[in-house]
Structure formats: structure tokens, C-alpha cells
Ligand binder design. Structure first.
Ligand SMILES: CC(C)(COP(=O)(O)OP(=O)(O)OC[C@H]1O[C@@H](n2cnc3c(N)ncnc32)[C@H](O)[C@@H]1OP(=O)(O)O)[C@@H](O)C(=O)NCCC(=O)NCCS
Length: 163
């Protein structure tokens, strides 16, 4: 279900950021950002599998160029945040926080009652972002992620969505 209306806000550096739906034609850039964002990046096939009615794929653009994206699966009334990634050159000025807030607002508008996510226990940057956005830790999934030396645990975090 493409949602073409963008939404812009003036970034902290005075440049407008714009959100829109991600499309398959973005995948070359997405895969480039993905490879720089994760030790175990998603493949193109994994992204392609997410272009389904119950998924929301969001693009964050700066001056027309893709600088980040998010992938969210809607499962009954729960929004599962599967991927949130910002290009390394665009980190640290509020883009991640903005895209997170955007997808949370959209999930609320779409009738979801909570957002759930997993994050590597070693990913303190993302953990800080989620905590500062109001997410609380509700548990742990042991060995959830592949890691350089075996497996790594995931924190499970949720954000209840007020109506
Ligand atoms: C996690 C990620 C999305 C954050 O994006 P970002 O645009 O750099 O984040 P923001 O500038 O919006 O910062 C938001 C908050 O994140 C935290 N944060 C950002 N950079 C941080 C750092 N280097 N160290 C610790 N916390 C950090 C802070 O709480 C920050 O809030 P503050 O500026 O008020 O202190 C980005 O680092 C990224 O894409 N990482 C690789 C992919 C990834 O790990 N995704 C999450 C998977 S669960």
C-alpha cells in the first residue's frame, strides 16, 4: 500500500528532511546503507519479502537523497520494528530520533496498540535512542542474533501507544 505523501521538518542543521514510503527502486541505496550499519546486514531478498500489505517501509531523505529507512511489520494490533538505520554520515543530528517518532506516530494512526522491537545487547546507541523515546525493556531473547563469535542476546523493548 504505497503512501506517497511526504512529511518534511527542518533538521537541526537547517536542512529539510522528508519522509515517504520506501520503494523497490530505493533498494540499491538501502543495501549500501545497510552494509555500513550492521555486522550482519539484511540481503536484498529479505527487504523484498517486506513489501507486503501489513508492512510499512519508510524512507528518510535529505535534499532528495536517501539517508535512512525503517521497516515495520503490523501483526494484529502490534507494530514490530524490524529495522531502523541511518547513513553513517547523517548520524548524530536527530535523524534517527525523527524517523523513529514518525513511524511511531504512523503506527498509532494505523490503530496499533504498541511498538515492539529487539536490539542487540551490545548496541548501546540504539538502546539509548529507544529508551529516550519512551521504550521500556520487557525481556531478553537469548542468542537471537548471529555474532562474530557465535550468537548475541537481544533486549526486547516495547512502547505502549496511547490513543
Ligand atoms: C541507532 C541509529 C539509528 C541512531 O541514529 P542517529 O540519527 O545517529 O540518532 P540521533 O542523532 O537521532 O540520536 C538519538 C539518540 O540516540 C542516542 N545516540 C545517538 N548517537 C549516540 C552515540 N554515539 N552514543 C550513544 N547514544 C547515542 C542518544 O540517546 C541520542 O539522543 P540525544 O542526542 O538526545 O543524546 C544509528 O546509529 C544507526 O543507524 N545505527 C546502525 C543501525 C542500528 O544499529 N539500528 C538499530 C537497530 S535495533
Amino acid at each position: 500500500m504505497p503512501i506517497s505523501n511526504g512529511h518534511a521538518f527542518p533538521g537541526p542543521d537547517g536542512i529539510f528532511l522528508e519522509t515517504r514510503s520506501l520503494s523497490r527502486s530505493d533498494l540499491v541505496q538501502v543495501l549500501e546503507i545497510e552494509r555500513q550499519g550492521y555486522s550482519h546486514p539484511w540481503s536484498e531478498g529479505v527487504f523484498l519479502d517486506c513489501f507486503k500489505d501489513n508492512y510499512r517501509l519508510w524512507a528518510l531523505c535529505k535534499e532528495g537523497g536517501l539517508i535512512g529507512y525503517a521497516v515495520v511489520a503490523y501483526l494484529v494490533d502490534e507494530a514490530h520494528l524490524l529495522n531502523l538505520c541511518i547513513h553513517p554520515d547523517s548520524r548524530g543530528f536527530g535523524a534517527g530520533r525523527y524517523l523513529l517518532q514518525y513511524l511511531v506516530d504512523k503506527a498509532r494512526e494505523d490503530g496499533m496498540v504498541q511498538v515492539l522491537l529487539e536490539v542487540r545487547v551490545s548496541n548501546r546507541t540504539a538502546e539509548q535512542l529507544y529508551k529516550s523515546a519512551g521504550f521500556g525493556e520487557i525481556g531478553c531473547r537469548p542468542g537471537y542474533y548471529p555474532a562474530a563469535n557465535g550468537r548475541e542476546d537481544a533486549r526486547v523493548m516495547t512502547l505502549p501507544l496511547d490513543k
